[in-house]
Design a protein around this ligand. Structure first.
Ligand SMILES: *[C@@H]1O[C@H](CO)[C@@H](O)[C@H](O)[C@H]1NC(C)=O
Ligand SMILES: *[C@@H]1O[C@H](CO)[C@@H](O)[C@H](O)[C@H]1NC(C)=O
Ligand SMILES: *[C@@H]1O[C@H](CO)[C@@H](O)[C@H](O)[C@H]1NC(C)=O
Ligand SMILES: *[C@@H]1O[C@H](CO)[C@@H](O)[C@H](O)[C@H]1NC(C)=O
Ligand SMILES: *[C@@H]1O[C@H](CO)[C@@H](O)[C@H](O)[C@H]1NC(C)=O
Ligand SMILES: *[C@@H]1O[C@H](CO)[C@@H](O)[C@H](O)[C@H]1NC(C)=O
Ligand SMILES: *[C@@H]1O[C@H](CO)[C@@H](O)[C@H](O)[C@H]1NC(C)=O
Ligand SMILES: *[C@@H]1O[C@H](CO)[C@@H](O)[C@H](O)[C@H]1NC(C)=O
Ligand SMILES: *[C@@H]1O[C@H](CO)[C@@H](O)[C@H](O)[C@H]1NC(C)=O
Ligand SMILES: *[C@@H]1O[C@H](CO)[C@@H](O)[C@H](O)[C@H]1NC(C)=O
Ligand SMILES: *[C@@H]1O[C@H](CO)[C@@H](O)[C@H](O)[C@H]1NC(C)=O
Length: 338
């Protein structure tokens, strides 16, 4: 038997945040953090930037701004949506490759625990596996939850895979449950490309990723394109919420800690895990977490409404109403702070 090669396996550093209960900083002398930017990404309150220590935000909502790119722990943040209570981040792709020199399979895998406000989004993501003889698992920390999928190709090759179709041939996807806040990938060593297949497909890949814009290409099986497109990462959606108390009814009982500060805000129960988020009431836009954050539509906005004579202006509500999922389907999570 060859020496154990686990030591060589790269385990990317995962920063496990302490599972502190989320509370709200209130009443202190510190001002709320201003809505800001890191590079081109909007960082609206209750998010803030580490280093802006003179302002207050909620625990775990401060991002690192490094070289004009925001990070939540190890995840680069692409977008923040207050309305949906979501973040779009980049997640590392795990791989399982045949090393032609050592003639061994090498795993590069990744595990991560999210801090209290965050959950892996069950509606936005799918566990996605690329490969021709691949069984990859997704588990939480204690493996209380374990799932996975098998991807195969036709015998002795990579044929059978079809562009645009991720349904078991060259590619498979599976959904995840709600309330998942630990993520770990592993590959089944018995399904590998060490014999006969490695010339055609040396690596298999697995990652929890945003499934809305995923378009399988047969090139993902035969080349490193899937891994290189985003520098070894793939976009993923995280859900966030204010986790204590458990829901809107309880939150409204304590006026001091209630996070929906704007008079024109409303409370929305978290759809993934305990807690709640705040939205502006229909007809209002802005930041519901601020005292005067939700504003009626400025008159300029009316220009974007349906073309109608001034007298038959439609109710304000129609002009600003947005189906909550629309942003996500288009692959953009628009923070609505401007
Ligand atoms: C998760 O990653 C950390 C940091 O790299 C590592 O120390 C730990 O062993 C990993 N856990 C598992 C179960 O792989
Ligand atoms: C910032 O990013 C660079 C590389 O992009 C890295 O070397 C450095 O450690 C990062 N700094 C912090 C504080 O994360
Ligand atoms: C393949 O294995 C050889 C010998 O063990 C090692 O030196 C090399 O770094 C490995 N290559 C890759 C790409 O990991
Ligand atoms: C799938 O599309 C890519 C271009 O995106 C092309 O190179 C490849 O040959 C196509 N595969 C098949 C089986 O048609
Ligand atoms: C590949 O899987 C087979 C069983 O299917 C196993 O016998 C073999 O040792 C594995 N090869 C490597 C390099 O892990
Ligand atoms: C893979 O390709 C190399 C070089 O072309 C060749 O020598 C080898 O026999 C091939 N391996 C298999 C299993 O087809
Ligand atoms: C998916 O990619 C293929 C090329 O690989 C392209 O022909 C097709 O239009 C794309 N489909 C979508 C829905 O983007
Ligand atoms: C995937 O891309 C990352 C970043 O470029 C790189 O470090 C890693 O080695 C690549 N993995 C594979 C299997 O090629
Ligand atoms: C309301 O919340 C504040 C701030 O979190 C806390 O200090 C206070 O004890 C809470 N009041 C009640 C009645 O729970
Ligand atoms: C929030 O959840 C609580 C507890 O499940 C429920 O009683 C309440 O009606 C929900 N509120 C809203 C606004 O959906
Ligand atoms: C969200 O990300 C998309 C794509 O990166 C970008 O086009 C859009 O402007 C971003 N929205 C916000 C509010 O940052």
């Amino acid at each position: 038997m060859p020496a154990c090669h686990r030591g060589r396996t790269t385990l990317w550093l995962a920063i496990a945040f302490a599972s502190l209960e989320l509370g709200l900083i209130t009443g202190g002398a510190e001002a709320e953090c201003p809505d800001t930017k890191c590079g081109s990404v909007d960082i609206p309150y209750p998010f803030g930037i580490v280093g802006q220590d003179s302002c207050a935000t909620m625990p775990h909502f401060k991002l690192h701004c490094n070289n004009s790119r925001p990070f939540l722990g190890d995840f680069e943040v692409l977008n923040i949506s207050l309305q949906l209570g979501q973040l779009r981040v980049l997640n590392r792709i795990s791989s399982f490759c045949y090393n032609t020199t050592s003639q061994e399979m090498e795993q590069h895998k990744w595990n991560k625990t999210l801090s209290a406000p965050f959950r892996f989004s069950d509606t936005g993501n799918k566990f996605t596996v690329i490969g021709c003889r691949t069984l990859a698992y997704i588990t939480d920390r204690d493996a209380r939850y374990l799932s996975g999928c098998v991807s195969a190709c036709q015998r002795d090759g990579v044929t059978g895979a079809t562009n645009g179709s991720c349904s078991g041939i060259g590619c498979c996807q599976t959904t995840i449950p709600k309330d998942l806040h630990h993520y770990q990938v592993s590959f089944d060593k018995g399904l590998n490309t060490s014999d006969s297949m490695y010339n055609a497909t040396r690596c298999s890949y697995a990652v929890l990723m945003d499934s809305s814009n995923f378009n399988f290409s047969t090139n993902f099986v035969t080349s490193s394109e899937f891994n290189t497109t985003n520098g070894g990462q793939a976009p993923m959606v995280l859900d966030w919420a204010i986790r204590t108390p458990n829901n809107c009814d309880e939150a409204k009982n304590n006026h001091t800690s209630y996070a929906c500060k704007s008079d024109n805000s409303k409370c929305v129960n978290s759809s993934n895990g305990p807690g709640y988020i705040c939205n502006c009431k229909n007809g209002y836009q802005g930041n519901p977490y601020r005292q005067d954050g939700c504003q009626g539509p400025p008159t300029a906005d009316l220009k974007h409404g349906p073309q109608m004579p001034e007298l038959r202006r439609p109710p304000v509500v129609d002009l600003v109403r947005m189906p909550p999922a629309a942003d996500l389907k288009r692959g953009t999570l628009g923070g609505r702070v401007t």
